[in-house]
Design a protein around this ligand. Structure first.
Ligand code: PTJ
Length: 253
């Protein structure tokens, strides 16, 4: 099955239909879980309420995320079944722009699905994909998401954690890792524990972080540290919540 769909580009819900199709194709290809369909619906509802655009506040978060990536000794991008279906090329581009590792980490982990996602990412240009060894565990987590590579997420200082529930995000925080979360729900636990919550659709957020990383490639560590320091995660969540309450037309900046 092709990754794209025959939807006329002038359809008013073109982007949303394309996104749904990618998730559906991901399920058919064995990379996305059926629960991923529910997660997609949830995300879509928040995106609709937030105005389906990158807000200035989410853009600042993306810039702070890029600065964290560039300052990190060992950044890792965590990939689940939804991320693999929606933005495989964009994951590879961000990894290239920041020197980050890519690691598959699944809530509904099966070895077959981990292998299928790793293969899918390689088809989209990834050279190395971690997560298959799974020779370490995140302490304090009983489910499958605890399984990580010793030289991947376990060793990372900065981890990008997109589209997931809050358990692992909390446990990673307890390990002292800096977390960057992409989640359209500003009330989600993962967004609330993140050093940098990016409340935006991953379709827009990931390329935006890459764009900022390229833009900041020549910046000094002091300049990057200043961007990191100036970012206020609580204010970013407040901005998004206000936008949800007051509507996309409300000027929240
Ligand atoms: O592939 P697996 O087995 O690791 O499973 C992955 C899913 C996504 C099924 C699993 O992590 C899950 O059930 O997640 P939740 O608890 O539904 O949380 C997903 C979060 O991502 C929700 O807060 C959604 O609003 C949000 N979300 C969904 N789609 C997008 C999104 N955020 C940004 N961009 C999206 N496209």
């Amino acid at each position: 099955m092709s990754d794209e769909v025959d939807v006329p580009a002038d359809h008013p819900r073109y982007q949303s239909l394309l996104t749904r199709h990618r998730i559906e194709a991901g399920v058919e290809k064995g990379i996305t879980s059926t629960q991923g369909l529910i997660a997609e619906g949830r995300g879509e509802a928040f995106d609709y309420l937030l105005g389906e655009e990158t807000t200035p506040s989410a853009d600042r978060a993306a810039r702070a995320a890029a600065a964290h990536f560039l300052l990190a000794a060992h950044p890792v991008i965590s990939v689940n079944g939804n991320v693999a279906a929606l933005v495989p090329e964009e994951v590879v581009e961000l990894a290239e722009a920041t020197g980050a590792d890519i690691e598959v980490n699944l809530f509904g982990r099966t070895e077959e699905r981990v292998r299928a996602i790793a293969e899918h990412l390689r088809e989209h240009g990834a050279e190395e994909v971690k997560g298959l060894t799974a020779d370490a565990r995140i302490p304090g987590l009983s489910h499958e998401r605890a399984k990580v590579d010793a030289d991947g997420i376990y060793d990372a200082d900065v981890v990008l954690v997109p589209l997931e529930d809050g358990d692992r995000a909390e446990a990673l925080g307890e390990m002292g890792k800096t977390e960057i979360v992409i989640d359209l729900n500003p009330l989600s636990r993962s967004a609330r524990v993140a050093a940098v919550p990016i409340v935006d659709n991953i379709l827009r957020a990931l390329p935006n972080v890459t764009r900022h990383a390229r833009d900041l490639a020549g910046a000094s560590d002091a300049e990057l540290a200043e961007i990191v320091e100036a970012f206020d995660p609580a204010a970013a969540l407040d901005d998004a919540e206000r936008r949800l309450r007051e509507g996309a037309v409300a000027e929240d900046e």
